[in-house]
Ligand binder design. Structure first.
Ligand code: FMN
Length: 176
């Protein structure tokens, strides 16, 4: 698949078939994510990869709204996080107005790489922002110096999903 085909094949999938996701595949996703650029190459993104069935079931219950149902049949949940007060900081003081926003930025970049790698490997994903960070932290013993970001569900789609419309180019970009 070309990069364009990979990007179009990737969709937010909300119905999974219970198919297996291997440790090797999950390691490939995280390794590829590491190829993303990061502020001063500080690589503060962290991945808590949940596959053990009973822990996976408990982690799904830390998702909110209808996300527990949407993740039935996934092979893994990847809780993504970043070590805060490092990126965009010098000696603990923010370098500019971005502050820890740059940590979110780097995590998002890495996560985008992870999603595209998953699509290339014919794995499906759902980025989940509606989740309880506090309950995930307690369940997985995530250190206090990490800010918890999105959870990424990984599995196999039951059926293809439609592509939600994108805004017109003129609405999101200006050329000066
Ligand atoms: C930061 C972020 C948080 C999201 N949180 C959720 C979520 O909690 N539940 C959900 O079903 N989809 C969630 N989504 C998926 C978006 O709704 C989806 O990406 C968007 O509708 C575009 O569809 P597509 O991913 O198929 O292109 C999230 C996406 C992002 C980037």
């Amino acid at each position: 698949m070309t990069l364009n085909e990979i990007a179009l094949h990737r969709r937010s999938i909300r119905k999974y078939n219970g198919g297996a996701v291997t440790r090797e595949q999950l390691e490939a996703l995280v390794c590829f994510a590491q190829e993303a650029p990061s502020w001063k190459n500080q690589q503060t993104s962290r991945y808590h990869v949940v596959t053990t069935p009973e822990v996976l079931a408990a982690a799904r219950q830390c998702l909110e709204g209808s996300n527990p149902q949407k993740t039935e049949g996934v092979g893994a949940l990847i809780v993504t996080a970043f070590k805060h007060d490092i990126v965009g900081h010098t000696h603990g003081v923010p370098d500019n107005e971005g502050g820890n926003g740059w940590g979110w930025y780097d995590l998002g970049l890495q996560n985008a790489y992870l999603l595209l790698k998953a699509a290339e490997l014919d794995l499906d994903t759902l980025v989940i922002g509606i989740r309880s960070a506090d309950r995930l932290r307690a369940l997985l013993q995530i250190p206090d110096d990490e800010t918890i970001g999105a959870v990424i569900a990984v599995g196999h789609r039951v059926e293809d999903a439609h592509r939600p419309p994108r805004k017109e180019l003129a609405e999101i970009a200006r050329f000066v």
